[in-house]
Design a protein around this ligand. Structure first.
Ligand code: GDP
Ligand code: MG
Length: 203
């Protein structure tokens, strides 16, 4: 928690995962409801904020009000040194892989170790809910067999099953596992809604 005023609680969410899994695209989809297929520069050292109302039906005057700070990260050397401090300060770490890239899935173990290193009382924080892990398999659209079965030119295939992702998320003690697509928007709002639901009340 970075601070509370009268009614709004702020939470920091850090996005971790190998280059190109879609961290920046997922943030862009959630923030602006859009997708840019060109390579985007990572937001870098800064964060974006978005207020959500997880209890409400869309009207903004009922239930809890939560401000999410979304911290994008990049694998390039010039940004990498900042990641440990982002992790240390975060309430939620989203570990993202690309469902069409086995190596990005396997590499999550390294990010998980980084988290354990930075969060000194890792087990206690997970237990209390003070810190949460979320696992996301992105680029679901590319693995959607129904959508791709007519497209014989596409040789992009799913390399990680849903069950494998789910199993790994349990090993990590993650509270949420989801497959998403920043391209189509599949499960993106649901993901942040669920995050809003699991965030602890600090009052
Ligand atoms: P980052 O390095 O993790 O921030 O990844 P980016 O958000 O920059 O995305 C890397 C590339 O993958 C870009 O060309 C995106 O357009 C593309 N991309 C990201 N998310 C998706 C997705 O859900 N589906 C598809 N098909 N492409 C995606
Ligand atoms: Mg990026």
């Amino acid at each position: 928690v970075v601070g509370t005023d009268t009614s709004i609680t702020k939470y920091k969410i850090v996005f971790l995962g190998e280059q190109s899994v879609g961290k920046t695209s997922l943030i862009t989809r959630f923030m602006y409801g859009s997708f840019d297929p060109k390579n985007q520069a990572t937001i870098g050292i800064d964060f974006l904020s978005k207020t959500i109302y997880p209890d409400s039906d869309g009207s903004e005057n009922s239930g809890k009000v939560i401000r999410l700070q979304l911290w994008d990260t990049a694998g390039q050397e010039r940004f990498r040194s900042l990641i440990p401090s982002y992790i240390r300060d975060s309430n939620v770490a989203i570990l993202i892989y690309d469902v069409t890239s086995r190596s990005t899935f396997d590499y999550l173990d390294t990010w998980y170790e980084d988290i354990k290193e930075q969060k000194h009382d890792f087990d206690a924080q997970l237990e209390s809910g003070e810190f949460c892990i979320v696992v996301v398999g992105n680029k679901f659209d590319l693995a959607d067999e129904k959508q791709n079965e007519d497209d014989e030119t596409s040789d992009i295939k799913r390399q990680v099953t849903y069950e494998e992702g789910e199993r790994k998320s349990k090993i990590y003690g993650a509270k949420i596992f989801m497959e998403t697509s920043s391209k189509t928007g599949y499960n993106v709002n649901q993901l942040f809604k669920q995050i809003g639901d699991i965030l602890p009340d600090f009052d």
